[in-house]
Design a protein around this ligand. Structure first.
Ligand code: 4AD
Ligand code: MG
Length: 477
């Protein structure tokens, strides 16, 4: 007999059929009622065993965490809380779990503790819900782009270029670190390394995506990216996934429309697809915030927040307009910002971004036209020669979720900017070729996948929305 998934049983429109179910025991009550979970859905299935029929030794092995297989009949449940249950007529222990030493006891564990046992946290309701939703978010992103005629492009993970011009990178080498080849001046001789040059893990697939966009018109990447910055925050990972669409003939307005449409599409998809998991996470958040003072609680419940986000236009304004709002804001005047806003040119800190989104506009915000000094070399220069056609999308509770721009497609302007920023042109000749041969207006952006999953699940730490987080001091599993 083939196994039936618990989701299928619970969603069935009739009872009275034979099934085989496999899964992990959550709890076992009165030597009779097993709460069984197989991950197909949040809910557990109640499996009722006949303690007269089962031998004592098998009964003892039905412990929290054990993997079992049961066959029996699906019947309408007499108990509260579930429509159907399975009355087992046979039960096999597939994998024992020692009740004493099993780290996941049937009680509430803190997220910090669960992070330490990330290999087992998939088995909790919270992480089951988070990782099912993570899947749906990824699927929705691919579907969104596919339905609009985009091509999924695989950008390299090992690269010799530093896309952002200033990123801190993880080096990739096959050299023996205890016996490094040196050139005459004492520097490490990377020409002896695997690729005959210095290489690193990519910080972004953008530059390669640009090459593809200037031929296939509409492409996107969806891959892992790596940053060796020492950011120990609830919004940063050293290894995270990024989605980077790049579109020929799009200007910045088209780029903003694309990003806003995509975010709304994905959030809507999850609202439709993951109601059970979202409801669970919504209640989890309400419970967690109960002990917080009112002003630190989320202003909306999770699903209401998501709904709000899909049904309202994002607020679009320039960096300069934002600086004026921030300069005249109460927290700035009262000295409440850790980084006071004095004038034009400052890079926005997360406290500023969150003020704009959560206090001032109370909805997602797209900031455009940043000063060139605080943005990357490839962004298109505005007429004023001071600002570039950048855009950042800021989300409530998250801050920056998307960063992008219209690209500088004019060879002379691009090389001038590279010189000003000390970016060696000869190393980027391949990139400049697109501007030499058939250049055109084009735009793109990068969406931080985990930041979006963080937003959608209502979790508070980015380390809890990726299976095995990498951050300073941690590369477990
Ligand atoms: O703003 P960033 O650095 O932009 C780029 O990398 C561009 N090349 C994108 C493009 O135009 N194609 O990163 C893009 C997004 C950020 O908005 C943020 O959501 C996320 O990536 N991000 C991180 N997420 C988790 N941990 C980190 N350390 C992150 N750094 C950036
Ligand atoms: Mg950015």
């Amino acid at each position: 007999m083939r196994r039936t998934e618990i989701k299928q049983i619970l969603h069935s429109d009739k009872a009275d059929f034979e099934v085989k179910v496999n899964g992990w025991v959550r709890t076992f009550r009165n030597n009779q009622f097993i709460a069984l979970n197989d991950g197909s859905t949040l809910s557990t299935l109640q499996v009722v065993v006949d303690r007269e029929q089962l031998d004592e030794s098998t009964l003892k092995r039905i412990t929290t965490g054990a993997c079992i297989s049961a066959t029996g009949k699906v019947v309408e449940s007499q108990g509260r809380g579930q429509k159907y249950e399975v009355v087992a007529d046979s039960l096999v222990i597939l994998g024992d779990s020692d009740a004493e030493s099993y780290p996941l006891q049937p009680k509430k564990h803190s997220l910090e503790f669960l992070r330490e046992i990330a290999h087992l946290r998939f088995r909790t309701n919270t992480f089951g819900a988070v990782f099912r939703i993570r899947h749906h978010v990824a699927y929705a992103i691919h579907k969104f782009f596919n339905d609009r005629g985009f091509f999924y492009m695989h950008s390299p993970i090992i690269t010799g270029s530093d896309a952002e011009g200033a990123g801190e990178m993880f080096r990739v080498t096959a050299l023996d670190l205890n016996d490094l080849p040196k050139s005459e001046d004492g520097a490490v001789d990377y020409s002896k390394d695997f690729f005959n040059k210095e290489t690193n893990l990519t910080v972004s697939g953008q530059l390669e995506a640009e090459l593809a966009a200037l031929a296939l018109s509409k492409v996107y990447t969806f891959g892992p990216t790596f940053r060796a910055e020492n950011s120990n925050t609830s919004r940063h990972l050293a290894e995270f996934w990024m989605i980077e669409p790049e579109v020929a003939f799009n200007d910045l307005d088209d780029n903003m429309d694309l990003a806003e449409d995509m975010l709304k599409y994905v959030i809507n998809f999850v609202l439709e697809q993951s109601d059970e998991d979202l409801t669970f996470l919504e209640n989890r958040l309400l419970e967690e915030e109960k002990n917080k003072p009112q002003n630190l609680r989320s202003p909306m419940a999770l699903k209401e927040k998501l709904q709000f986000c899909v049904s309202n236009e994002f607020q679009r304004l320039t960096y300069t307009e934002a600086i004026n709002i921030l300069r005249n804001s109460k927290p700035n005047k009262k000295g409440k910002f850790q980084f006071p806003i004095e004038g034009y040119g400052a890079d926005l800190q997360s406290e500023h971004e969150r003020y704009l989104v959560e206090k001032h506009f109370k909805k997602p915000v797209i900031l455009t036209d940043y000063p060139k000094e605080i943005k990357a070399f490839y962004m298109r220069m505005n007429e004023d020669e001071k600002t570039v056609r950048a855009m950042d999308i800021l989300f409530p509770g998250i801050g920056e979720i998307v960063g992008g721009s219209q690209r500088e497609e004019r060879l002379d302007k691009l090389t001038k900017r590279m010189d000003e920023m000390d970016i060696p042109q000869h190393e980027m000749d391949w990139f400049l070729d697109t501007r030499r041969y058939g250049t055109c207006i084009h735009s793109g952006f990068g969406l931080g996948f985990e930041r979006l999953v963080l937003f959608v699940t209502g979790m508070t730490n980015i380390r809890d929305v990726i299976p095995f987080p990498r951050y300073p001091g941690n590369a477990e599993f």
